[in-house]
Ligand binder design. Structure first.
Ligand code: PNS
Length: 185
């Protein structure tokens, strides 16, 4: 078992700034961090596995000890197969705790030698989730600052032409074209 190696599993549909923040933090404390995307044939994701792989690879290209991979079946089996010692998960708020605790204890039951380590992303991302990002984007709302730029572009491409990703900059009053005043008679 490699004591310096951890796995950060998830769906990453799509990767958010919260995920990226956690990857950056994790990469500082583990020798190697494997970001593992679940291959789940039952779910119909917004982004294909290939798209998520590509986005995460691009986003972590400068982190030399981070590797992106995919897995199916039991996560602990995959973690063992790559010799990882820890499972890294993020906790944003108390509401995450119950689900994460249950999952950590089940994983411990399945593989007692694997430890789950929780880290908190920056508080500015505490409300950001892939599900909400998808929901906002699908309704045409702005997701700037919630996801990395490359993800924002992919969302725009995927949802066009129905999707008009609004740029908050263009919505400021000073950026709006002034209307012509009617001449007084
Ligand atoms: O991003 P998500 O959806 O919160 O990630 C959940 C994930 C992928 C970590 C979890 O569903 C998982 O590990 N699935 C693989 C199957 C498995 O091992 N299930 C038992 C977990 S207790």
């Amino acid at each position: 078992m490699n004591k310096g190696s951890a796995i950060y599993p998830g769906s990453f549909d799509p990767p958010t700034n919260g995920h990226l923040d956690l990857i950056q933090r994790g990469s500082k404390i583990f020798e190697e961090l494997v970001v593992a995307i679940l291959r789940n044939p039952e779910k119909s994701p917004m982004f294909s596995l290939g798209e998520r792989l590509e986005m995460l690879r691009e986003l972590t290209a400068d982190l030399k000890n981070v590797r992106i991979d995919t897995f199916d079946g039991l996560m602990v089996e995959y973690a063992k197969s790559i010799d990882a010692m820890c499972i890294l998960r993020g906790i944003r708020a108390i509401s995450d705790y119950e689900y994460e605790l249950q999952m950590a204890l089940m994983n411990r039951k399945l593989e007692p030698t694997l430890e789950t380590v929780f880290m908190m992303p920056a508080d500015k991302y505490s409300y950001v989730s892939s599900r909400l990002v998808r929901e906002v984007a699908q309704a045409g709302g702005p997701v700037k600052g919630l996801v990395p730029e490359v993800v924002e572009q992919k969302l725009r491409q995927k949802l066009e032409p129905a999707y008009k990703l609004r740029d908050p900059e263009l919505e400021r009053p000073e950026k709006q074209v002034p209307r012509k005043r009617k001449k007084k008679r």
